[in-house]
Ligand binder design. Structure first.
Ligand SMILES: Cc1cc2nc3c(=O)[nH]c(=O)nc-3n(C[C@H](O)[C@H](O)[C@H](O)COP(=O)(O)OP(=O)(O)OC[C@H]3O[C@@H](n4cnc5c(N)ncnc54)[C@H](O)[C@@H]3O)c2cc1C
Length: 602
């Protein structure tokens, strides 16, 4: 996409809901350029050489092994992909940084977490908010893996309510340093970090303030024992205690009181990267399940030939395929937005911050969808392996345990669900996304007479695209009425918000799957893409069901009598297929491809 087209056509964050996206305008994994493919290959080669052979060792709480792998990743430049070249990074675009995060994360959640904590929330706050001296001093060391970073936001009393931390920073009488005291918990990489990004409160400030704190002996920093965790066994997670730790005033990150903003913006990037980090685990689990299903014989038949197993393999591959589609679609939008800002003269830091912030809704959507998909995928992987799946001797068991954390950190999925709708409503109020116009149209349509025209579904995905349009109307109908009814009090109706966000998530994911398959069908020929087309249709089918259920739940919670009846009739109309897809046939098409290739092959 040239920048000119980009400028003209690039949707704003959240606008996918009210504007049609053409398949030519989305980026898909098939669009990786040569440089990106080389990067992907070298990360894959690194994982196969340095991580996967030690899979069992990672389950034995070998924190030193994780540190060693991280150091090697640093030597190869993987820790600096997102860091500008002037600070010894590779200065790659957002899509490439997603790609590295994706492919380095699939073998074990321990490395995925260490990598994410270091490159994302451990380094990025300095790259994006640090002043020139801070960047020069810390970023090159972090980008090359000479030093490691950790991010200290959470406290025993401040988890989701991150701005409520009690860690204090007190200015010295001579005004030269702050003295930091407090307790941080659940800190990833704490066991080997050289630098901490620490969020504190100065006096009774409303908002917290960030500091860069070096891990120096004798400066009041101590650690709890390694936490005993369900998964990510070799990821170091400790409490960090600060007892009058002296930090020079020059180490304040950005301005006093800006910490909450830094923390939240770092999390936006963290969220989409976490989605990426869930993708390779899904591919790997699906891949291993396909191989196992082909090998394992019961009743004189490879279990891959049983419909029950075909169904699982098809569903697993579908969620991975759609997750990839949506993650890279959003990543490219972010990259384009960053480039536009750079061209307009913004600094790298400002362009990146604003670029990601613009798509914060999509970041939350992806975090929720991909973290839940990877868990479901691993769960079904265990089922395909039967008893062996429950055994710690196969990688399914650890994949399932490792996946669980993704629903908790980087903002729990409950918080991210509510944020996604909340941010959208805010954008509408600011006039950045016009929800009111389309919502009013839907309201009018509900009272009008439905068109009796026979639709033309001869083109590929014609009915599916119409269905996506209708699902968007469901969101506008439910969310539009809810906003009208409750106004600013909507945030108190959490279950309604959660239902609305599930609709939003399904719309984005299903549309992304369809656009990817359509783009590939157009460029490679529909015949060669029949399995991808099947996956896009299969995903949409489930999305329609989820939207239906969630919308009913939402409508019944606030509408009664005639209003409720009218909305339910609308819902029926908007979730009705003219030609119900043959789901069994779709799954068979997908699983036959997987089993004949004996791998995840999309
Ligand atoms: C392995 C691991 C690594 C971590 N790494 C780091 C790290 O490196 N740095 C760091 O700072 N933190 C880290 N965390 C902390 C993590 O970000 C928090 O655990 C997370 O934000 C949730 O906070 P909490 O655990 O206090 O749960 P709580 O906030 O107490 O939430 C408990 C439950 O209540 C729900 N809930 C909370 N508030 C609301 C609300 N307003 N409305 C509806 N539901 C709500 C939540 O969704 C959740 O289901 C890590 C955690 C773990 C487990």
């Amino acid at each position: 996409m040239s920048t000119d087209t980009t400028k003209k056509d690039l949707l704003r964050g959240g606008q996918f809901l009210v504007k049609e996206t053409k398949c030519e305008d989305v980026f898909t994994p098939e669009d990786f350029n040569e440089e990106q493919k080389m990067m992907r290959d070298s990360v894959q080669e690194f994982v196969e050489r340095e991580i996967w052979p030690h899979k069992e060792e990672f389950e034995k709480k070998n924190y030193a092994l994780t540190e060693e792998v991280m150091r090697k990743a640093g030597e190869l430049g993987f820790l600096g992909v997102a860091v500008p070249e002037e600070y010894d990074g590779l200065g790659m675009g957002f899509v490439s940084t997603m790609l590295v995060c994706d492919y380095i994360s699939g073998a074990t959640g321990s490395v995925a977490t260490a990598f994410g904590a270091h490159t994302g929330i451990g380094t990025m706050p300095i790259t994006l908010y640090g002043n020139e001296e801070q960047k020069k001093k810390y970023v090159p060391k972090l980008a090359t893996g000479e030093w490691f970073g950790a991010y200290c936001l959470t406290e025993p009393g401040a988890g989701s309510d991150a701005n409520s931390g009690k860690t204090k920073a007190v200015l010295s009488e001579d005004g030269k340093y702050y003295s930091i005291s407090g307790q941080k918990m659940w800190i990833s990489n704490a066991g080997f970090a050289d630098v901490f990004i620490v969020f504190t409160r100065i006096e009774d400030d409303k908002n917290i303030t960030g500091f860069i704190v070096e891990n120096e002996e004798g400066n009041g920093i101590s650690f709890g024992e390694e936490e005993k965790k369900l998964g990510i066994h070799s990821s170091s997670t400790r409490q960090v205690f600060f007892n009058e730790t002296k930090v020079p005033v020059e180490n304040m990150l950005s301005d006093r009181g800006n910490g909450f903003k830094i923390a939240m913006n770092a999390l936006n990037v963290g969220r989409i990267k976490l989605a990426a980090a869930s993708l390779d685990a899904q591919r790997r689990v699906t891949d291993l399940s396909v191989k196992y299903a082909n090998d394992r014989v019961q009743f004189n038949t490879p279990i891959a030939k049983f419909g029950a197993i075909k169904s699982k393999l098809a569903e697993m591959a579908t969620s991975a395929y759609v997750g990839e589609a949506a993650s890279y679609r959003a990543a490219k939008n972010i990259e384009d937005r960053i480039n536009i800002r750079l061209e307009e003269g913004s600094s790298h830091a400002d362009a990146e911050l604003k670029g990601v912030e613009e798509y914060a809704i999509e970041c939350s959507i992806l975090k929720v969808a991909c973290s839940e998909d990877v868990q479901n995928c691993a769960d079904e992987g265990i089922q395909v392996f039967g008893g062996m799946g429950f055994s710690a001797d196969t990688p399914m068991e650890s994949a399932w345990r490792d996946a669980r954390i993704a629903r908790i950190y980087e903002g729990t999925n409950e918080i991210n669900r509510m944020l996604s709708v909340g941010m959208l409503v805010k954008k509408a109020m600011k006039g950045h996304v016009d929800l009111l116009g389309p919502a009013t149209k839907v309201a009018d349509e509900l009272t009008g007479i439905p068109s009796m025209d026979k639709p033309d579904y001869s083109e590929l995905f014609a009915e599916e695209k119409e269905m996506i349009g209708k699902l968007k109307k469901v969101f506008l109908m439910v969310a539009g009425s809810a906003v009208q009814k409750f106004g600013p009090q909507l945030e108190e109706h959490q279950q309604l918000l959660l239902a609305a966000s599930d609709i939003l998530i399904e719309v984005y994911m299903a549309e992304s799957g369809i656009l990817r398959a359509e783009k590939n069908a157009k460029r490679f020929g529909a015949d060669s893409q029949k399995e991808q087309i099947a996956m896009a249709k299969l995903y949409l089918y489930h999305a329609v069901d989820t939207v239906n259920t969630k919308a009913k739940e939402g409508i019944a919670s606030f509408a009664e009598g005639d209003e409720q009846r009218m909305m339910l009739m609308g819902l029926k109309r908007y979730t009705k297929y003219t030609n119900l897809p043959n789901i069994v046939a779709l799954r068979n098409t997908i699983s036959e491809k997987l089993t004949s290739e004996n791998k995840y092959c999309f």
